[in-house]
Design a protein around this ligand. Sequence first.
Ligand SMILES: Cc1ncc(COP(=O)(O)O)c(C=O)c1O
Length: 397
Amino acid sequence: MITSVNDFRELVAQVGEIDEIMIDVEKAEGIYVWDTSGKRYMDMLSGICVGNIGHRNPKVIDAVKEQLDKYMHVMVYGEFVQSPQYKYMKRLKELLPESLSQIFYVNSGSEAIEGAMKAAKLFTGRSEILSCRGAYHGSTTGAVALLSQEEFTRKFRPLMPDCNKIEYNNFEDLERITERTACLIVEPIAIGQGVRLPENGWLQAVRKKCDEMGVVLIFDEIQTGFGRTGKLFAFEHFEDVYPDILCIAKGMGGGMPIGAFVGRNDIMQSLNNHHPLIGHASTFGGHPIGCVAALATLNCIIDDKLMEGVEEKGNRFRQELSHPLIKQVRGKGLFNCIDFDERLDWQEVLKACFAEGLITGTHLFNTHSLSLKPALIITDEQIEESIVRFKKAFDRF
Ligand SMILES: Cc1ncc(COP(=O)(O)O)c(C=O)c1O
């Protein structure tokens, strides 16, 4: 190891808890990550849904290099015309429902959620924010108010007021969407506790209720976006379901940091009508390098038809990855989780996976469920190899 975990811990505040899985990264390519000792790992997390098209995808690298030779950051809050920003939205718009017609670029998923909540408040003139119990929408103080677990929020109080929760998949709870509500934030396929699919008709009922009450429906597709579930966005799996604002980040940039919220023109314009800077502003939002990386990523997903094999690949994991200590593998497309025996120590499970050359993690609010989200470019042979490795990891117990 070039850098010891302890040296690293001393200087860097955001660090993991388990020394054994804190690999010292040397390089990454496709679905693989190598550490400085030369050990190769299969990345089953894709940097938590960032590397949907694989690490260091050549199309992203080429686009970034080309833009680097032109310009990087030039101006802050949209004062200049920057063609990378325009070209990305022009392409994305072709792939979205017509109503999602305007984009606001930001730096991260949390910032997309923040911007979307502000737009909804300005547009409706209302204050209540609804979200689903057990969901995670980011770490900024606004997004923390969307958490439902008292143990995570207590010490940050007072939180942003008027944030209330409904139960994902609960039809009765939709009565809590009222004329007081500015917006409802939902993940079409929920992830906090391991992958959860919506009940038949639930998302349609959500859409209908939001329409009746004039509530802005915000979809958080920060993890589920960009082909992960087999469609460009997860909401496309469900008929007559679409958001008023779509929050995206992670896989958007193909490894470069960029996020955005995309919404109805009238809702998005309420940010500008309030004040061009105080509505929402982001110095690095829409950074030209991020935008060209995002365009290359989007084109790669579409042109290389990366979504075509996703459901089948996911099925292989769901059907072939079995072990007496694995309760089930569940999910949609390549957005899956491995629920394992609760008697196992989850930290030991993670160590065993890393020892077998597999990068994985547990879910934020469910430590007995492993995340299984490899790049969409994973081949059949690589799937087979990873299944063997997972079985070997569980054989260690
Ligand atoms: C569903 C979801 N929403 C929002 C976020 C926040 O994104 P970021 O970490 O880019 O701020 C995350 C991050 O993991 C997420 O999984």
